[in-house]
Ligand binder design. Structure first.
Ligand SMILES: Nc1ncnc2c1ncn2[C@@H]1O[C@H](COP(=O)(O)OP(=O)(O)OP(=O)(O)O)[C@@H](O)[C@H]1O
Length: 315
């Protein structure tokens, strides 16, 4: 089984202090993250926190306005978007969906449908698929291109709890059998795959990051979802105590406004963020130490789109 390994970690893409600005507002800023082969990185955060924007920077659809993005040359990306522009009034089979924008050989289509467990639905109309089946069809379409990096934007949307577990199992299997890196986006702050190597929590910037193991062992989570689910899913709860105003200043929970969020200013994450997530009653936190990796400090204002050449080549 392929597992991420620090020694042989082969980075596919990395973002360094990357940010996107539109109409005078930073959509997301100061993002540092990387995804290596065989690794699963999950972006979580509330609606509008910049998850899709960050993913689009990673794959080269959106260019950073500051900071840089580096990708291995010739990176093959499989992208499952949150929304798909499909004319639902036109009949469309799963087979046809697979080849809408790329030509694939019949055996490539069959292999992808087999891998995602929906070979029997090849001639089914997409309009009639359940939420879970539709997600599988989109994943089949993405993996048929044999990507190095698979980006899944909200892959469990519209899927019930048991369907979620099955989809996460599938994602794990895809990672294990193909060795691709996976960037997963979830707006659900509470549930992430246990196999996630790194959870990155965004709220216009990187609020915190960590592994989900600590929370998956917590009694509260086991009580909620049971031991079986703990092998597949983990609870990741994160409390945002501040929001970022359009001009870049920070509005804190106590109503005060400051130029920056800073661990020492008394407004930011409390001590409850630090320590063992499983041993504390109440909301569970991923432990993290504030520092350069934390993202709580705003990034340097001056930055360059350091890897534009690379980006144009890869995009
Ligand atoms: N091209 C754009 N121009 C202006 N604003 C944009 C643009 N694209 C995204 N935004 C805004 O940027 C913010 C971040 O959007 P993004 O889609 O990255 O968030 P998200 O975390 O993926 O949200 P969700 O969970 O709702 O999908 C939102 O407020 C969105 O309205």
């Amino acid at each position: 089984m392929l597992q991420s390994n620090v020694q042989s970690r082969q980075e596919l893409v990395s973002l360094a202090a990357a940010g996107v600005r539109r109409k005078g507002r930073w959509l997301v800023r100061g993002v540092d993250l990387s995804i290596a082969r065989g690794e699963i990185v999950t972006l979580i955060g509330p609606n509008g926190s910049g998850k899709s924007t960050t993913a689009k920077m990673a794959i080269g659809v959106t260019r950073p306005d500051e900071g840089g993005v580096t990708r291995i040359p010739g990176l093959r990306v499989g992208y499952v978007p949150q929304k798909l522009a499909i004319d639902w009034t036109m009949p469309l089979t799963v087979e046809r969906l697979m080849t809408l924008t790329t030509s694939l050989r019949e055996r490539e289509i069959e292999a992808a449908l087999e891998a995602t467990g929906i070979r029997h639905l090849a001639r089914a109309e997409v309009q009639h698929l359940s939420g879970g089946e539709f997600q599988r069809a989109l994943m089949a379409r993405a993996i048929a291109r044999k990507p190095d990096l698979l980006v899944l934007d909200e892959p469990v949307q519209g899927v019930d709890f048991s369907g979620e577990i099955a989809l996460y199992e599938l994602i794990k299997t895809i990672r294990n059998t193909t060795g691709c890196g996976i960037l997963l986006i979830s707006h659900d702050l509470h549930v992430v795959m246990a196999e996630t190597d790194t959870v990155v929590c965004l709220n216009g910037h990187v609020c915190c990051r960590g592994t989900p193991e600590a929370v998956s062992r917590s009694p509260e989570y086991l009580r909620l979802f049971g031991t079986r689910a703990s092998q597949t899913l983990a609870v990741y709860s994160h409390h945002h105590d501040h929001t970022h105003l359009p001009d870049g200043r920070v509005l804190h929970a106590d109503g005060s406004v400051t130029d920056h969020c800073h661990p020492a200013d008394g407004h930011h994450h409390g001590d409850a963020h630090h320590g063992d997530a499983g041993s504390r009653p109440g909301p569970m936190r991923i432990p993290h130490a504030h520092g350069p990796d934390c993202g709580c400090e705003p990034p340097a204002t001056a930055g360059t789109s350091g890897d534009e050449t690379q980006e144009r080549r890869d995009a």
